[in-house]
Design a protein around this ligand. Structure first.
Ligand SMILES: Nc1ncnc2c1ncn2[C@@H]1O[C@H](COP(=O)(O)OP(=O)(O)OP(=O)(O)O)[C@@H](O)[C@H]1O
Ligand SMILES: [Mg+2]
Length: 330
């Protein structure tokens, strides 16, 4: 049944740089992935891995003067977003794809009531020609959907708690029922109990509205809970991807993924110590040759320092590491 679903988004060999006067930051280096309608994809990786850059590229919202998409394709329902003109992009944003930005607490306008802010999105993308009354009804419905009483629509953002503000941001993002929701660290700024509530709610919404979702996070627990597929990024590349079972139940992993799992606290670990990944991510203006993880990799071989590892596939699971090449390929 999975396979009958339509492909919604296909990214092919995407390369993004930030060009400043002094240097070139290689933020995303030839990544490819696709996702189907209704799917939730977790995009995971440590800070600076290129997760937000990937998300912003999908909406063509990269920093105007510095961010440049050097090559690749971003196909949404088969159409290349990179070929779209301003008007087409305007229709795409908010209406077909919407995004919850990394710092959601500041994305609300302090001088407008939350009801007005939800209504604004509906007015801007009023494809169905809703009347003022219908828009009002939809605002109430959206608020109820995220668990806020519709009477609160007359309140201003400062009258809401952090978790409620976050729900309002999600209500705005979902108001036009986009096909794809990109949530960039939607719960990072929240405390753990509210985090759980927001994640719970996002899961419910996903099943009610059949929205596809790219969830950007460094929290592997959240990924295990709500994602269907996972892509792990390191230094602008996807170094491992697969279904949530491939990532959480399989023994084979990229050494970086192993490191990520090793840095999660476990109650049953007698040593009682976390195992952080040694070293730092390479400087994106001067990326190493071969495998980008090789300078930090405990399993590094000679070939890793020279040759970019190919993607090694086993069913749905893909690992970009020389360790998993078949013997005759080495
Ligand atoms: N506007 C910009 N100008 C120059 N460099 C940038 C800009 N935005 C991001 N970068 C650089 O691009 C690289 C990728 O950044 P990005 O924000 O995509 O990472 P991220 O995976 O989202 O990290 P985080 O988890 O911290 O949000 C980093 O090295 C970052 O410093
Ligand atoms: Mg980011």
């Amino acid at each position: 049944m999975e396979d009958n679903k339509k492909t919604l988004l296909e990214i092919e060999d995407l390369d993004v740089i930030y060009q400043t006067d002094l240097e070139t930051v290689h933020a995303v280096n030839g990544i490819s992935f696709s996702m189907k309608q209704g799917e939730t994809l977790g995009l995971v990786g440590e800070t600076g891995a290129g997760k937000s850059t990937t998300a912003l590229s999908i909406l063509r919202l990269l920093a105007e003067n510095t961010g440049k998409i050097r090559k690749g394709k971003i196909l949404f329902n088969g159409e290349n977003i990179l070929d779209m003109n301003k008007l087409e992009l305007q229709c795409l944003r908010g209406e077909k794809i919407s995004m919850i930005f990394q710092d959601p607490m500041t994305s609300l306008n302090p001088v407008l009531t939350v009801g007005k802010q939800i209504a604004e999105v509906l007015e801007l993308h009023n494809q169905k020609h809703l009347s003022a009354h219908q828009i009002e009804e939809r605002v109430d419905e959206m608020l109820r959907l995220v668990g806020i009483s519709s009477e609160r629509k007359h309140d201003y953002p400062h009258q809401f708690s952090g978790g409620m503000k976050q729900r309002v941001v999600i209500a705005i993002a979902l108001a036009c029922q986009p096909q794809l929701l990109i949530a960039d660290e939607p719960t990072t700024a929240l405390d753990v109990t509210i985090q759980a509530q927001v994640i719970d709610m996002m899961e419910k919404l996903k099943s009610q509205l059949n929205t596809s979702m790219i969830l950007i996070t460094h929290d592997l627990g959240i990924v295990a809970e709500i994602c269907d597929n996972v892509a792990i990024m390191y230094a602008g590349e996807i170094i491992e991807r697969g279904t949530v079972y491939d990532i959480f139940e399989n023994e084979d992993h990229h050494p970086y993924t192993e490191g990520l799992f090793g840095s999660i606290p476990r109650l049953d670990d007698e040593t009682d110590r976390l195992k952080p990944i040694k070293g730092l991510m390479p400087d994106p203006t001067r990326l190493p040759e071969g495998c980008k993880f090789s300078p930090r990799c405990p399993k590094c071989m000679e070939i890793c320092k020279k040759e970019q590892p190919p993607a090694c596939r086993k069913g749905t699971h893909e690992i970009c590491c020389h360790l998993y090449r078949k013997n005759d390929e080495k």
